[in-house]
Design a protein around this ligand. Structure first.
Ligand code: FES
Length: 104
């Protein structure tokens, strides 16, 4: 399965992502800039903030209460497309997902 990130400089990076891996872990493994994942995915840092392409956002579950609260603490202001990528696990349905890394 693949995920594609549009980086703050406008360049695009696509990587293979194993099923079940969350997209913060995938970003760190693939040296995606500005996705830090400082808390390891326990919803206490918001350094894994991404904007999810609208076509893919509909396939994600609802934003959880804690994720919603943490999205209010991102460096770059949240939008309707904002999610914390540690909360998105790769599945076959998400193969090809498009994400944008907020410009810090
Ligand atoms: Fe810390 Fe996602 S890695 S909230």
């Amino acid at each position: 399965m693949k995920a594609t990130w549009t980086l703050p400089d406008g360049s695009i990076k696509t990587a293979e992502v194993a099923e079940g891996l969350n997209l913060m872990e995938a970003a760190v493994e693939n040296d995606i800039p500005d996705i830090e994942g400082a808390c390891g995915g326990c919803l206490s840092c918001a350094t894994c903030h991404v904007f999810v392409d609208a076509a893919w956002a509909a396939k994600l579950g609802e934003i959880g209460t804690f994720e919603d609260a943490m999205l209010d603490a991102t460096d770059v202001e949240r939008t309707d497309a904002s999610r914390l990528s540690c909360q998105i696990k790769m599945t076959a349905e998400l193969d090809g997902i498009l994400l944008t890394v907020p410009a810090a």
